[in-house]
Write a protein that binds this ligand. Sequence first.
Ligand SMILES: [Zn+2]
Length: 122
Amino acid sequence: MGFFKKFLGGGEKKPTGEYVDKTGIYFYFQCENCGKRVRVRADKQHDLLSDGGSFIWHKTVVDSKCFRRMETVVYLDGHYNVTSYELTGGKFLTQAEYEAAEQAELAAKSQPPEASQSETAE
Ligand SMILES: [Zn+2]
């Protein structure tokens, strides 16, 4: 294991052993046609275009349900914070929204409909 720890020295591990992806940024989309959610990883070194001190990310996102294309351009500052974006064909979700929706979908599948709570989803 010592060898692998050294080998993976560029990454960082949380105390739980969970690997922290330091070069990836995750974006969450939802197709406006079918509602399918998509998680997309952008690599800081390979996918982002440097523009002075800031970054631009161009991406065509395709969901796995209706395969409609979502075209996005995301503008980030030097600390990889999103400052603005353009998106057609879908909408952005936060990580929390994405995970909550995935959880809700799993829960809905494993429960009879009448047992599910009727929260109004935005
Ligand atoms: Zn779709």
